[in-house]
Design a protein around this ligand. Structure first.
Ligand SMILES: [Zn+2]
Length: 66
């Protein structure tokens, strides 16, 4: 899905932006300023922790405490 965003700096419309992929960040094609649409910040994905990564982190923690 793409979005049309009005640049808060210069007020021009940037069309067909992939805001979900950039977490709301866009670089205005007219004035070049980078801005973030804050409503997309909530959509930041929580990283999935796999069991093998957890075990590795535990081992590193144990080594650090030793
Ligand atoms: Zn702009």
């Amino acid at each position: 899905m793409t979005y049309d965003v009005v640049c808060p700096i210069c007020g021009r419309i940037n069309r067909s932006l992939y805001l979900e992929e950039t977490e709301g960040w866009m670089e205005c094609e007219y004035c070049g300023n980078s801005t973030q649409d804050l409503s997309f910040r909530k959509m930041v994905r929580v990283p999935v922790i796999r069991m093998d990564q957890l075990k590795q982190a535990g081992m590193q923690l144990a080594a650090a405490n030793a």
